[in-house]
Design a binder for this molecule. Structure first.
Ligand code: ATP
Ligand code: MG
Length: 491
């Protein structure tokens, strides 16, 4: 019988899980015996790549040739890192992490059961990832030699893992605070089907920001600043701060020892740490409230709050959530593995339509609006084709668009990704999908009169990948909303 693999490609830690032939969810341990692997990649001067714990230790010894937190740069236009004099994109680095995870899983398959290498996988992404980051995550999977069956939102995957073997109907909030991203998703389990009601998030809010708050505190105590540290010291300080943060989950105090103009010792208490990170917690609270509003729910409607992501272990998370939802059960379940397990369950569901004892994933929700530039009553505006809280899988056709002036021979398409709730919004340059390509033009060559119909349709698949189809005067174009890949595929 087939096995089904799911990968949680995390900002700080990644994890690979599978459903075995007995329908049991297993997490693959790495060669160090750990169930999660640091998402850190390093290249040495002999051209040897290292990924995981060994690479993480090189953040201090060879920071110029070591990369961490690459997931945060997935949609940064033109972003590259230079390792040993050669530049690499976030897709290249993410592919290295995926290759590493699959490599040790493959070794186990071969050694223990004589099985061929893994091909099909489901990879997880933050619910808040937009079209570009999703395209690139899929591309990283392909680059690693994998067939990406589907991308699935991390909180949804965690909810599927948690909901296995549960029959009760309920409304569930998934509060997912990972290493680099925060997502909140409101879900409903009903008659064995899990549906998403709303999703909000921030892909620059995670454990690393809490680590950085500790670094800033320590530096302040010795009268120094982040910018005074060289790259190697910054790397080592962040590693020590993460250790401090984890210890403060169980202890009241931690003495941070680090080297900066001599050996330094700084004591930080849990209460000081909580005070310093209040604004970060407040940001998660605002997003939780926005998601609740989008779902049209009040606190007493939530039966359970599921805390996932390693950073949800911090006591301040349960304290805050407990106060917001005093009548709900707050549970921290399998915080760093639930996502990968849910991805494996999704892979099985893709293949055979169900997982023994598991919930069926009904409909996920998107967390972004997608629009095109158009004239509305003579004013240039953005017309949102996909709305903020539309179902993830959506197909729409629009017949109301026309050419704007006489003798028009082409349309230059401008795409926007935003969090705007309205169908028609003002042009906001910060929402425009950057780097317009020449081939974002659809052209039919022969002049046509004003008001010639332009047919536009849009599709979003279960992975959250968006395609826009435009047709005018016999010319057809399909647009992928990732400018670094390709603008238009001629049909
Ligand atoms: N005991 C602990 N107390 C506090 N934080 C912890 C603890 N254990 C792990 N963490 C933090 O959890 C984070 C990692 O969690 P997780 O593996 O869920 O994130 P990720 O998947 O890498 O990130 P993301 O989901 O944001 O892409 C790190 O910031 C880590 O320091
Ligand atoms: Mg995660």
């Amino acid at each position: 019988m087939a096995e089904f693999y799911g990968i949680d490609l995390g900002t700080t830690y990644s994890c690979i899980a599978y459903i075995d032939s007995d329908d049991i969810v297993q997490v693959v341990s790495n060669p160090k015996g750990d169930l999660t692997t640091p998402s850190v990649v390093s290249l040495d001067d002999k051209g040897k790549w290292t990924v995981g714990k060994a690479a993480k230790s090189r953040l201090g010894s060879d920071p110029d040739n070591t990369v961490a937190f690459i997931k945060r740069e997935m949609s940064t236009p033109g972003y590259t890192v230079t390792l040993q004099g050669k530049s690499y994109t976030p897709v290249d680095i993410s592919a290295k992490i995926l290759e590493h995870l699959v490599e040790f899983a493959n070794k186990k398959r071969k050694d223990e059961d004589g099985l061929p290498p893994i091909k099909d996988v489901v990879i997880t992404v933050p619910a808040y990832f937009g079209s570009m980051e999703r395209e690139r995550t899929k591309e990283a999977g392909i680059k690693a030699g994998l067939n990406v069956l589907q991308l699935i939102n991390e909180p949804t995957a965690a909810a599927l893992s948690y909901g296995r073997k549960q029959n009760n109907d309920k409304k569930l909030m998934v509060y997912d605070l990972g290493g680099g991203t925060f997502d909140v998703t409101i879900m409903e389990f009903k008659s064995g089907v899990a549906n998403t009601l709303a999703s909000r998030g921030d892909h620059h809010l995670g454990g690393a920001d809490w680590d950085r708050a500790i670094v800033d505190y320590a530096l302040e105590q010795i009268g120094s600043k982040w910018d005074n540290l060289d790259k190697s010291n910054q790397g080592m300080m962040m590693i020590s701060a993460e250790e401090a943060k984890k210890t403060l989950t169980d202890e009241d105090e931690y003495v941070l020892t680090f080297n900066h103009k001599g050996l330094q010792n700084v004591t930080i208490s849990r209460s000081e740490f909580e005070k310093r990170t209040e604004t970060l917690m407040e940001k998660t609270k605002m997003l939780v409230e926005e998601a609740m509003e989008m779902a049209g729910l009040k606190p007493h409607d939530i039966d359970e709050v599921l805390l996932v992501g390693g950073s949800s272990r911090m006591p301040m998370v349960e304290n805050m959530v407990g106060k917001l939802y005093p009548n709900s059960e707050v549970k921290l379940v399998d915080p760093d593995r639930a996502v990968a397990k849910g991805a494996a369950m999704t892979a099985a569901q893709n293949d055979k339509g169900y997982v023994e004892g598991g919930l069926i994933l009904g409909m996920d929700k998107g967390s972004r609006a997608y629009g095109i530039q158009a004239l509305n009553d003579g004013n240039l505006c953005v017309y949102n084709l996909i709305l903020l809280n539309d179902d993830m899988v959506v197909t729409k056709k629009f017949d109301q668009f026309n050419t704007a002036y006489d003798n028009q021979t082409q349309i230059n398409m401008h795409f926007y990704e935003s969090e705007c709730e309205d169908e028609v919004m003002d042009i906001d340059p910060s929402c425009e999908i950057p780097e317009l390509h020449d081939n974002q033009v659809i052209s039919w060559g022969r002049p046509v009169p004003k008001h010639t119909p332009v047919s536009i349709s849009v599709e979003r698949d279960k992975s959250g990948l968006v395609r826009v189809f435009v047709e005018c005067s016999g010319a057809k174009g399909e647009f992928v909303l990732d400018p670094t890949r390709r603008g238009m595929i001629k049909r």
